[in-house]
Design a protein around this ligand. Structure first.
Ligand code: MN
Length: 278
């Protein structure tokens, strides 16, 4: 039984900008990798130059999927057209289910210093695309940290690892989201649901991933084969996110901030947005 996951493909991101000129690296959601079911987009933003982030993301809509922001450093504030506001500080997560639609903005709450984190887009199944919007705003202190072995530490955002469960709940694709750090030469084997699509993105140092030990360095993402066990061995002290989700295997119609199943639904999303129905 091949229960070990291996690296099927290595992907590097490409520089892009979004919102009001925020510079970032897009790893999923590019011509190289349009999507990785159920994941539609992955951005890493990381800069200590305020010109790269100060414009933020003025009001914009979303419909049909979820946006997940994980902050490593820096502070953002969030607000939407239904009066919800929130603060995203270092180590916090916002899991936003846009469902049938929200219009929101995200702005830096700092004028200088490092801003670093990820935004991931997670698709919703057809049956949930028009669900009511929902926020899971999770401050850093509510994300469990676990020492998996000597020199191996993790933050568990979603899913179960080392006997602890992450705070994110009730998500259709049954996601896993771990942030794992390993000291030099340390290794660890993570258990993952066998049929989930999973990736590891290394954001510090370098590691050998999979039983075959494919070398992955900072800024590279490993798309993994299916299986239950994922081996990670640090080459230099490293840190990576490991993200997995149940594939939906549904048609994807996407245009900008709307991700539906058909072009007609995209057209309807534009109409609803323009008519102020989000
Ligand atoms: Mn947004």
């Amino acid at each position: 039984m091949a229960n070990t996951r291996e690296v099927a493909r290595k992907v590097v991101g490409q520089p892009t900008s979004d919102g009001a000129g925020v510079r970032m690296t897009r790893v999923i959601g590019t011509p190289r990798l349009d999507n990785f079911d159920p994941f539609l987009l992955l951005d890493e933003f990381r800069s200590d130059n305020p010109n790269d982030y100060i414009g933020g993301f003025p009001d914009h809509p979303h419909r049909g999927f979820e946006t997940v922001t994980y902050m490593l450093a820096g502070n953002m504030k969030h607000g939407d057209n239904q009066g919800n506001t929130g603060h995203l500080g270092p180590g916090s997560v916002q899991w936003m289910t846009a469902g049938r639609g929200i219009v929101h903005s995200e702005f830096p709450e700092q004028e200088d210093g490092l801003m670093w984190g990820f935004q991931l887009w997670v698709n919703l199944p057809a049956s949930d695309k028009m669900t009511a919007p929902r926020y899971q705003d999770i401050p850093a202190e509510d994300i469990p940290q676990v020492e998996l072995a000597e020199g191996v530490n993790a933050r568990v955002i979603a899913g179960e690892l080392g006997g602890v469960s992450g705070p994110v709940s009730g998500v259709a694709t049954q996601p896993i989201y771990f942030d794992i750090g390993l000291a030099d030469d340390k290794s660890y084997t993570v258990n993952l649901p066998e049929g989930h699509n999973a990736f590891a993105y290394v954001f510090e140092g370098s590691a050998k991933i999979g039983a075959a030990g494919t070398f992955i360095q900072r800024g590279e993402m490993a798309l993994l084969t299916h299986g239950t066990e994922l081996k990670i061995e640090a080459v230099d002290a490293c840190r990576c996110i490991i993200v997995a989700g149940r594939p939906l295997n549904e048609p994807i119609a996407r245009y900008g901030p709307f991700v539906m199943n058909t072009q007609a639904e995209i057209h309807k999303a534009f109409e609803d947005y323009q008519a102020g129905r989000m």
